[in-house]
Structure formats: C-alpha cells, structure tokens
Design a binder for this molecule. Structure first.
Ligand SMILES: *[C@@H]1O[C@H](CO)[C@@H](O)[C@H](O)[C@H]1NC(C)=O
Ligand SMILES: *[C@@H]1O[C@H](CO)[C@@H](O)[C@H](O)[C@H]1NC(C)=O
Ligand SMILES: *[C@@H]1O[C@H](CO)[C@@H](O)[C@H](O)[C@H]1NC(C)=O
Ligand SMILES: *[C@@H]1O[C@H](CO)[C@@H](O)[C@H](O)[C@H]1NC(C)=O
Ligand SMILES: *[C@@H]1O[C@H](CO)[C@@H](O)[C@H](O)[C@H]1NC(C)=O
Ligand SMILES: *[C@@H]1O[C@H](CO)[C@@H](O)[C@H](O)[C@H]1NC(C)=O
Ligand SMILES: *[C@@H]1O[C@H](CO)[C@@H](O)[C@H](O)[C@H]1NC(C)=O
Ligand SMILES: *[C@@H]1O[C@H](CO)[C@@H](O)[C@H](O)[C@H]1NC(C)=O
Length: 565
C-alpha cells in the first residue's frame, strides 16, 4: 500500500529537506506531496542538465539531488558501496554557490570564473590552442586548464553524483561538508582592508550551522569530512592576528577530517590529497591512451624544472636548481620560467616541458608541496625530490612512502645539502641510472597516474580503476568505519603516521634522514610565525608570509610587489 511506512516506493528525500519530511497520512496529501516532489526532482534535473550537460562556458553550480546516480538505500549496487554511503550536506548557498557566483571578485588579480567552469576543471584544452601541441588529439578532450586551488569544487561535484551517495543521513557512514573555505579565505587574504575577522567570518557561521545538525551533534564531528582547496597553513591562524583564517583550529573542527592539497603532518585529522592537475580522463580508455602516449614519447632532456627563483628570499633553493640546469647544459636540461602568470596562463608550457623530460626537479615551493609534482607525474616524468615532506610524508594514501627498492622506485631523492656544497650534481646523480632503470621508474610513475587525477565522469573511471577521489573517499570511509567499530581514536589515526622504516632512499649518494628544518614544525606556519613574531600585522608580501602561501605560478608575487613598490 502506498501509505505503508515500509513502502519501498517511498521516494528518496532530497538533500536539505529533513529526512522524514513526507509524513504520509491521507492518500491525497501523499499524492500531492509526491507530485510536488516529482516536480521538484524534474526541476533539479532540468537545472542539472542545463548547468552541467552543456558545460561550455557555463558557470559551475553543483546541482543537488541528481536522482539517477543516487541510490538512497544502497540497494541498487550494494556491493559497490560496501564500505559505506556518503551524505553530502546541502549548505546554505553563502558557503559554496554564492562564492562561485562571485568568481569575478574572489581573487584580487584576475577573474576566477574561467577556472570554475566545468565543475572546477576550468576551460577545456580543446578550446585553447596552446594545448594542441602537447596532447595532439590523443587525449585533448581529457585536458583542461585547471587551477591548482579548485579541489573543493571538484570533490563536491563528484560526490553529488557518486553512486555511494545517500540522501538519507541515517544511512550514511560519512558526511561531507561542501564548504568552499579556500575560495572564501582566498578572497580575503590580500585585500588591503581585509581583517582577520573577515577571514574568519564564513568559517564561524558554517560551524554554527553545522553544530545544529543532528548528525554532527550525534558524532561530535568524527564521521564528517571537508576539503581544503588551499594549503592547510592558510586555515591555521592562532591568535587574533596573522596569516589566514583560524577555521581548522576552531574546537568544532577538532574531530573533522580534512582532505587538503597540503596537510599538516603533525595533525592526524589532515590528509594530503593530490593537487588537481589539468588531466581529467572520463574512462579507463582515456587513461590508457594517455599512458601509452607518455610512455612512447621521445624525451630529449634528462631533466626539467618549472618554477621561478625568488630573488627576495635568501638562499632560495630554486636558484640552486636553476644553476644546476644551466650547468647541465641545454642538451640535458630545460627550465620553464613561471614568474608572473606565465604558467597559469599557459598550463601547456609546463606539460610540454615534462613530456620532454625524463626527470623533473621538485624542490619545495612556497610551502613543502607544489602542484608541479603531479604535473610531472601525469606527464610520465620521474620526480626528483629534495624534501621528504614534499611527497613521501604528505600523500600517504597515494604515493609510496619513499622510493621503495629497485622495482618499486618511482622517484629520486637527492640530499640538498650535498647539492648546495657541490658534492653532487643533479646531472651526475641522474646519469648514474641505467636506461633500463629509468624506464622502470617511468613505468612505475605512469602506473600511478589514475590514482592522482580527478576523473571527469560523474561516476569515476569505471572498470574498477580508482581515481584520486575514489582513493580519498575509500580512505575516509575506512577511517570512519574503524572509528565506528569503537577502535580507540589513537589506533584509528595510527595509519596516518609516517613509518620511518619505509623511508628508504633510492640513490646511494642521497641521505634519507630528515634534516632539522624538516622536523615537526619546520612548517611554513612555524617559519612565518617565527619570522614575524607574535603579533604580526597584515602580511608583508616580501616576507616569508607571502612565500608560504602563494602559488608560484600565480600572478600574485609580481602584482603584489608592484603594488607595494
Ligand atoms: C607546435 O609545434 C610546432 C613544431 O614542433 C611549432 O612550430 C609550433 O609553434 C607549436 N605550436 C604551439 C602553439 O606551441
Ligand atoms: C587524430 O589522429 C588520427 C590518427 O592518429 C588522425 O587520423 C586524425 O586525423 C587526427 N585528428 C585530428 C583532428 O588531428
Ligand atoms: C580601505 O579603507 C580605506 C579607508 O576606509 C578606503 O579609503 C580604501 O578605499 C579601502 N581600500 C580598499 C581596497 O577597499
Ligand atoms: C570531539 O570528540 C571528542 C571525543 O572523541 C568529544 O569529547 C568532543 O566533544 C568532540 N568535539 C566536538 C566539537 O563535538
Ligand atoms: C610583472 O608583470 C609585468 C606585466 O604586468 C611584466 O612586465 C614584468 O616583467 C613582470 N615581472 C616579473 C618579475 O615577472
Ligand atoms: C661534502 O663532501 C665532503 C668531502 O667528502 C664531506 O666532508 C662533506 O661532509 C660533504 N658535505 C655534504 C653536505 O655532504
Ligand atoms: C656516489 O657516491 C659514490 C661513492 O659513494 C661515488 O663513487 C659516486 O661518484 C657518487 N655519484 C655521484 C653521482 O655523485
Ligand atoms: C614546535 O612546536 C612546539 C609545540 O607545537 C613548540 O613548543 C615549539 O616552540 C615549536 N618549535 C619551533 C622551532 O617552532
């Protein structure tokens, strides 16, 4: 009977509506309600199709309630969702949609709007001639000019259409809070008159809202997760003044897991996930075509480096690497100068560089991590690392925790101190590897590609091939499942601690021992706190503050220096 409380025909409730909104009593009321609901669903679908179905030039808006890919009871494909279901909060629009609508003013230097199209992937490479050489027609449709800070939007969209999403909170194992906190704070980091209160406002409002939600109250937040589209240090301000917002260090966030492009290794609630690159395959076939393409490339250079020296910073290691590149000679090394907007405007420049190099140099950037690591790997080049925290201790769900033995090798670690004093040279180290060994490393890197990219199809790559989002969701669900099984908190989190025994080094001339400056609070936050003293004023662009938070491929350094000088 339609009015039976156990009726399987009861339509799923929509996100945002209370779980039991449709309380059926008289049949006519139920029918009216159902009709309304159907109309609502239809409207959502129309909206969805109009916004996402014809993405060219359309502004991104994640549509709530994408009916056909949501199985509220997990019954349709229960096996695929054995790990649990995820509930996506339907937040008040001020926390996500409004920020996207405001894309013209999110960033002081240029419009974010082009980067927010296609669900945060940015403009399609097919419409950007600079990409045509790099990918030809092999995989052109898989490429976008993607900004590195769009994780929040990308993850939100994927989860909305995820087959393991539920619209019934009572069935959920995990709760995703789609607050675009990175977009929000990004719009307040550099404003002349923007204050700490401006940067904190949205986060405080969000947590006030979240604290009123039953699932959050029930768990204290431990089965909730959020994405941080900027490095974690932008959200960890202690005290009333200083860089960034205090969002992550607020008490309500204490139990909430955070997927961040750069995590704080000392905070077990932070988990490092890959920076979004420009490669967004739809299917396993797309991945395989690209893998074949990168493995078949003739690479004319031994190594490549994309970056910009920071003349304002003493002893910038990037300067050292540029010299290494020069010393190696143009037959062996090429560098792409990313000052200004050179690499943001032209994502293809970096792609072409890495496609033509067997190795790529990945020093720490403004913080320990950089998008370039993933650009490099996606292009099938082997990363050369100088700081353990750039990758091994950062992306533990994704990357092996060190160059593990000959067969598993996917990276090279060089002791930066030895490089600085001239005991080794980059060219010398890299030429020490046999052709066969380099090829094996490359194959290992190429094998890892699907797991470090964000697929473009709503349901992932298919055929059991996991992309970065699948890995993240799997990790989150596993973490919550263990916690739900009342395993003590310490043990649940234990999986995220670095295991020093795994941190074996790959080449004999490099040392694996972490340097003092790499230790616990060699974090950029600590560095900037130390540099600026206790009560810093607004960040001085020339200070280490700026160094810690700006993407080197962005226009900000250039423009900020101009503004100030
Ligand atoms: C593409 O490559 C060709 C030859 O390699 C070069 O002449 C041309 O300038 C390149 N085009 C772009 C847009 O980079
Ligand atoms: C794409 O490549 C195929 C074969 O590799 C070729 O036949 C076709 O003309 C190419 N299309 C374009 C638009 O370049
Ligand atoms: C900052 O505030 C001052 C004084 O209130 C005002 O004149 C100035 O236009 C503001 N600057 C910006 C960028 O809003
Ligand atoms: C976080 O979890 C602890 C117990 O693990 C609990 O005491 C605390 O109240 C929780 N925090 C919030 C904000 O609910
Ligand atoms: C900064 O940008 C201007 C153009 O806006 C350019 O002329 C100048 O060379 C850039 N400076 C650096 C250091 O990239
Ligand atoms: C460089 O080599 C010298 C001589 O072998 C050695 O004493 C020194 O410790 C080395 N320095 C570094 C940083 O490796
Ligand atoms: C590595 O160290 C060995 C001695 O331990 C030395 O013979 C070799 O030249 C070094 N290789 C490089 C690239 O520095
Ligand atoms: C490292 O962190 C601890 C506690 O967070 C603090 O007491 C110590 O002063 C920090 N050290 C440095 C060098 O910042």
């Amino acid at each position: 009977m339609p009015n039976s409380p156990t009726s399987p025909a009861k339509p799923p409730s929509q996100p945002g509506s209370p779980p039991n909104a449709a309380t059926p009593s008289p049949v006519s009321a139920l029918l009216r309600g159902t009709a309304l609901l159907l109309a609502f669903i239809l409207l959502q679908l129309v909206l969805f199709v109009s916004l996402l179905g014809f993405p060219d030039g359309s502004r991104f808006l994640p549509a709530p309630g994408r009916r056909t890919t949501t199985f509220p009871n997990g019954a349709v494909d229960a096996a695929a969702c054995a790990a649990g279901l995820v509930y996506v909060y339907d937040l008040p629009p001020e926390f996500n949609h409004d920020l996207v609508d405001d894309c013209e003013s999110l960033w002081p230097w240029y419009s974010f709007c082009p980067y927010l199209t296609h669900g945060g992937f940015g403009e399609a490479a097919a419409t950007l001639p600079v990409f045509h050489n790099a990918t030809r027609n092999v995989s052109l449709h898989s490429w976008h000019n993607t900004d590195q800070f769009q994780l929040e939007v990308i993850v939100h969209r994927r989860l909305l259409s995820h087959r393991c999403r539920t619209t019934d909170p009572s069935l959920a194992t995990a709760f995703y809070v789609p607050f675009y906190v990175g977009l929000d704070v990004g719009s307040h980091l550099w404003g002349e008159n923007s204050t700490a209160a401006d940067r904190d406002r949205a986060g405080l409002r969000l947590l006030r809202w979240l604290s009123n939600q039953t699932p959050f109250r029930n768990s204290g937040g431990w089965d909730h997760f959020i994405t941080l589209g900027r490095i974690t240090w932008d959200f960890r301000r202690y005290g009333d003044d200083g860089w960034g917002t205090n969002f992550v260090v607020l008490p309500e966030m204490a139990n909430v897991s955070r997927l961040a492009i750069e995590a704080d290794g000392t905070d077990p609630m932070d988990v490092g996930v890959p920076y979004p690159t420009g490669f967004h395959p739809r299917s396993t076939a797309d991945v395989r075509a690209w893998q074949r393409h990168v493995l078949s490339r003739e690479r004319s250079k031994l190594f490549g480096f994309a970056g910009a020296p920071r003349s304002g910073f003493r002893d910038d290691f990037r300067g050292v690497l540029l010299e290494e590149c020069e010393d190696a000679g143009s037959d062996h090394c090429r560098a792409v100068d990313c000052r200004g907007t050179r690499c943001t405007d032209n994502g293809a420049a970096v792609l072409e560089l890495f496609l033509d190099s067997r190795f790529c140099l990945q020093p720490r950037g403004d913080s320990f991590t950089r998008r370039s690591l993933f650009d490099c790997m996606v292009a099938g080049a082997v990363p050369v690392l100088f700081w353990r925290r750039t990758a091994y201790e950062q992306y533990r769900w994704y990357l092996p925790r060190g160059p593990v033995g000959d067969m598993g090798e996917w990276s090279v670690f060089i002791d930066r101190k030895a490089l600085r004093v001239g005991n080794v040279s980059v060219r010398g180290v890299l030429e020490g590897f046999s052709e066969r060994r380099v090829r094996r490393m490359q194959e290992r890197v190429v094998e890892m590609i699907p797991r470090i990219v964000y697929a473009s199809s709503p349901d992932g790559l298919g055929d059991g091939m996991e992309d970065a989002l699948d890995v993240a969701l799997g990790g989150v669900l596993e973490r919550f499942r263990r916690r739900r099984g009342s395993i003590p908190r310490e043990d649940v989190l234990a999986e995220y601690r670095p295991d020093p025994s795994l941190a074996r080094r790959v080449d004999v001339n490099s040392t694996a021992a972490p340097r003092p400056s790499d230790s616990q609070n060699g974090s950029v936050a600590a560095i900037s706190r130390a540099a600026g003293g206790k009560n810093q004023g607004p960040p001085d662009p020339a200070s280490t503050h700026m160094k810690t938070v700006i993407s080197e491929s962005s226009a900000s350094i250039n423009k900020t220096f101009e503004q100030k000088s």
